[in-house]
Each structure stands twice: as structure tokens, then as C-alpha cells.
Design a protein around this ligand. Structure first.
Ligand SMILES: [Zn+2]
Length: 137
């Protein structure tokens, strides 16, 4: 993979307001949740912040965030050393972010993009998410 191609992929993966994020936000809004998005005051800039529930939600792309055991989390076959390093750094950063938020008393929920694929799975995932947010209150 050449550098231009690689940086294009990285840009698309890192972009905010992904389809998955919008889907989750729209659902939560409909359920009556109110939230902030991409809150830079918090470590890791969580995708969705629900202050009332002291809960943050990350909507993670399976590729970028390395969803363990997921078929969407395939490693590119070229530049493997680069990707291995990159992925390892991402996983480590995610773990650090989650721990730091939890230490500050936040409940951290992660939705994987593959869990939003297909109507049935999506509905189950979103309902499960809403229930998890409601829990702790
Ligand atoms: Zn996945």
C-alpha cells in the first residue's frame, strides 16, 4: 500500500460523525437522552457524553480499534510492521482512555460498528446500550 492510499484510509477511519456514531446518537435522542458529542474536555474525546448518567459512549470502528475476533478487524497484508505498531498503539491508547475515564467516575460503554450491521442486530445493540445507560441511575 502506498503512502497516499494509506493516509486516505487513516483519514477516513479517524473521521468524526461516522455513520455508526450518527445512528447511535439518533437512537439515543429518540429515546429521550440528551448528550454532548465529541467532548474535548474529556480524555479521549468521547463520541457521546451523557452527563446526567455520568456515562460516555464510544462508537468504535472494528478495523481502527481492533475489535478482537471480529471479521471486520483484518490486518492489511502489506506494511504489516507499520500496521502492527499502529494497531498496538491504538489498543493501548483506548485502554488508557477507558481507565482514565473510569477513574474519574465515568461509566464507559463501547459500541462496535459491526454490532450495528443488519436491522435485527442493530436494534438489539441499541436497546442493550440504552438499558446499560439507564442502569446505574
Ligand atoms: Zn467488530
Amino acid at each position: 500500500m502506498d503512502t497516499v492510499c494509506r493516509s486516505k484510509i487513516m483519514a477516513s477511519i479517524k473521521s468524526k460523525n461516522t455513520k455508526g456514531e450518527l445512528l447511535v446518537r439518533r437512537y439515543l435522542f429518540k429515546k429521550g437522552f440528551r448528550y454532548r458529542v465529541n467532548d474535548r474536555h474529556l480524555v479521549g474525546t468521547p463520541d457521546i457524553v451523557l452527563p446526567k448518567y455520568r456515562t460516555v459512549v464510544f462508537v468504535n470502528g472494528c478495523f481502527w480499534h481492533v475489535h478482537a475476533g471480529c471479521s471486520d478487524s483484518v490486518r492489511p497484508k502489506t506494511n504489516t510492521a507499520f500496521w502492527d505498531k499502529k494497531f498496538a498503539a491504538n489498543v493501548k491508547r483506548d485502554q488508557k482512555v477507558i481507565k482514565s475515564l473510569e477513574d474519574q467516575g465515568w461509566k464507559v460503554l463501547v459500541v462496535w460498528e459491526c454490532e450495528l450491521k443488519g436491522k435485527e442486530k442493530r436494534e438489539a445493540t441499541l436497546l442493550g446500550l440504552a438499558n446499560e445507560i439507564w442502569e446505574g441511575c
